[in-house]
Design a protein around this ligand. Structure first.
Ligand code: NAP
Ligand code: F7E
Length: 324
């Protein structure tokens, strides 16, 4: 019999890449979607898997819907990717962010504990939990947390609940502490996709400028398609554990801008970029760089797509979207 997986956040960026991977491995994939009059399947369409996923309805804010789903499906694996994941919005919508990102995982953990204790659970934890903290310029599994946004704080709660249900009830629960990962289906509000979309529009004469916030922030950017493999591997191990996942390379937003413009043959990018304070945050995470030795050693995982390849892939996809 094929294995079953419940994936929350199926319509986002990571959901479709993970669904694609699991389907190729022969899984039956259940994707959680909330009650919508018009759900947006465009990211699943991009990967060509829209018709291969079985959709189930529920909401991370609705405990009963999650309890019921786990009770009905008894999935072998649960990947909790659903979140209010935009850091900037979490400052304005802290309560909503907390409900979805902190209580949502708690509801799922309780559902597993009560109705399906053999289900393995993956929690989408994040490098945003580290915030200001680092160990000699890097972050690894031992680096303490100092989140800088309601988003980061909400994810710290979910991280510890995931650990606690493992320690208290012997559940198979794993945290993937993933650093930024991007793709052609990255949400348009995130800086990488905003840049590649803007650069494509400028190239095609559809826009004259690109408005951005803090160009000095540094991130460890990888490709989402690589990162979902690490999620899957975490749930295939004999024992559950928590892993940092990243490339080990850090680039500034400025370097991303430069690389994106360079990929379309523009070197004087400063002519097009306008700094707009509305895109700055009340508190910033200045520098993230993963030390991902554990995931490399224990799971044999490593990133396949380089920074330059990622930028080019995203710019090309956006040019194609606009018809070139
Ligand atoms: P994303 O594109 O923002 O997708 C998040 C998904 O969560 C969306 O499909 C959204 O559904 C769903 N969702 C939000 N609120 C919900 C609710 N109340 N009930 C049910 N579903 C809800 O995020 P992503 O980039 O794929 O990231 C996946 C996960 O990894 C997130 O938990 C994120 O916080 C975490 N993470 C991401 C990164 C990264 O760099 N991408 C790094 C570390 C951790 P709708 O489509 O219906 O709005
Ligand atoms: O910002 C700076 C901004 O919104 C990256 C989420 O997936 O990764 C993501 O969070 C940096 C920040 O991602 C603009 O200030 C400058 O320093 O693309 P972002 P993020 O905040 O790092 C982590 C790992 C997650 O877990 C999150 O869910 O870029 N920046 N100018 C800008 N950012 C945006 N969005 N827009 C700008 O105009």
């Amino acid at each position: 019999m094929s294995k079953t997986a419940l994936v929350t956040g199926i319509l986002g960026q990571d959901g479709p890449y993970l669904a694609d991977l699991l389907l190729k491995k022969g899984y039956k994939v259940f994707g959680l979607i909330r009650r919508y009059s018009n759900p947006n399947f465009s990211n699943l369409d991009y990967l060509g898997v829209t018709n291969d996923v079985d959709y189930v309805e529920g909401d991370m804010n609705d405990e009963a819907s999650l309890l019921n789903l786990i009770r009905m499906l008894h999935p072998d694996e649960v990947y909790n990717l659903a979140a209010q994941s935009f850091v900037k919005a979490s400052f304005e919508q802290a309560k909503l962010t907390t409900e979805v990102n902190s209580l949502g995982p708690l509801y799922l953990l309780n559902a597993i504990k009560f109705f399906s204790p053999t289900s393995k659970f993956y929690q989408a934890s994040t490098s945003e939990m580290f915030g200001l903290q680092h160990t000699n310029g890097y972050q690894d599994e031992k680096t303490p947390f100092h989140p800088r946004s309601p988003y980061g704080v909400s994810k710290v709660y979910a991280y510890w609940m995931t650990v606690n249900y493992r320690e208290s009830y012997g559940l198979f629960t794993a945290n993937g502490i993933l650093f930024n990962h991007e793709s052609p289906i990255r949400g348009i509000q995130f800086v990488t996709r905003k840049i590649t979309d803007g650069v494509a529009k400028i190239k095609l004469g559809l826009a004259k400028e690109l408005r951005l916030g803090n160009l000095d922030a540094k991130r460890d950017w990888g490709f989402a398609g690589d990162y979902v493999e690490a999620m899957y591997l975490m749930l295939q191990q004999k024992n559950p554990d928590d892993y940092v996942v990243g490339t080990g390379e850090s680039h500034s937003v400025r370097e991303f801008v430069e690389a994106a413009f360079k990929s379309i043959g523009i070197s004087d990018w400063k002519k097009y970029v306008v700094i707009d304070p509305q895109f700055k945050r009340p508190a910033e995470v200045p520098n993230l760089k993963a030390k991902a030795d554990k995931v490399r050693k224990n799971l044999g995982w490593k990133p396949k797509v380089s920074f330059e390849e990622l930028v080019e892939m995203m710019v090309k996809a956006d040019l194609k979207r606009y018809g070139k």
